[in-house]
Design a protein around this ligand. Structure first.
Ligand SMILES: C[S@@+](CC[C@H](N)C(=O)[O-])C[C@H]1O[C@@H](n2cnc3c(N)ncnc32)[C@H](O)[C@@H]1O
Length: 268
């Protein structure tokens, strides 16, 4: 189909508020892929919307009113140790499936997985979702930098305000990890519950991305929860998958299992 077809597809998909807040290059990449696979523009529009939902929308069961959360943020203290700020962070983290699942163990997740390399001099949170709100529970060094990225313009805009509110040095940007990885070097990169989501967009991305992340250590995690608790199947599947990706690399790996998440700290 012609370039006109792609522009028309972009126009239709981005006329919806739900998809307009997604970084344009992500929508364009997915739209172009779907256009080349489908028989008609109508089918490509449907498939593009469905893919965009799968890679981002599915984690936000409800629309997040950032204006409302900004007002609430302005009413709480600026220190990460402030109990009102921590309450705010917990409440807001419940708006995104990934951080909501981590809430029951957020107090130990980062201190346990990152103990060997604490305190953290700088963090690069890739596909961050609402995870920067967990900063109060992270073992950051004084003056540490926190950089983060995601595909949502509204989410990254809010996170910039959050970092500025708690006076945390760092940047939050829109990105498409399938196309490029941020290049600022970091002590540790977080790739939390990201590989399955990125592999839905590009099957071969994992090894390539791990090579290109400019960090000394990478904390990678996978979801391992079924309705009945930890699913041995998911745990085994993701562990085998990661070990296959890391084969041939002389990287040190430590494993940490939580109620609904399996994490690996990888050190090069
Ligand atoms: C499973 S959630 C994980 C969120 C966060 N890392 C956490 O564990 O709380 C996947 C996140 O990846 C983001 N995402 C999806 N595709 C992406 C891409 N191509 N580049 C960057 N981020 C992406 C989504 O918007 C979503 O916030």
């Amino acid at each position: 189909m012609s370039d006109d077809g792609l522009e028309e597809l972009m126009r239709v998909v981005r006329s919806s508020a739900r998809y307009r807040v997604i970084h344009e290059s992500v929508v364009r990449r997915i739209a172009a892929q779907e256009l080349s696979k489908r028989r008609s523009l109508k089918e490509a529009i449907k498939a593009t919307r469905s893919k965009l939902h799968q890679v981002g929308g599915a984690y936000r069961q409800q629309q997040i009113s950032y204006a409302h959360w900004c007002e609430k943020l302005a009413a709480v203290g600026q220190s990460p140790n402030d109990p009102a700020l921590q309450d705010f962070c917990r409440q807001m983290m419940a708006c995104h499936a990934s951080t909501r699942e981590r809430l029951p163990f957020v107090e130990t997740f980062f201190t346990t997985t990152l103990q060997a390399i604490s305190p953290l001099r700088s963090v690069l949170d890739l596909g961050c979702g609402l995870n920067p709100l967990a900063i109060p529970w992270m073992p950051l060094a004084d003056g540490a930098r926190y950089d983060a990225c995601d595909i949502y313009e509204d989410l990254t805009g809010f996170m910039k305000q959050f970092l500025s509110h708690i006076r945390q040095p760092g940047e939050v940007e829109c990105c498409d990890l399938v196309q490029t990885c941020p290049s600022r070097p970091a002590h540790v990169a977080l790739l939390l519950k990201m590989l399955p989501c990125l592999e839905q967009q590009d099957k071969g991305i994992a090894a390539r991305l791990l090579q290109s992340i400019p960090a000394e250590h990478i904390l990678i995690s996978f979801p391992v929860r079924s309705l009945s608790g930890i699913s041995k199947g998911m745990e085994k599947h993701y562990q085998t998958h990661l070990m296959a990706i890391l084969e041939g690399q002389n990287w040190k790996v430590s494993r940490h299992l939580f109620a609904s998440e399996l994490a690996f700290l990888i050190s090069r």
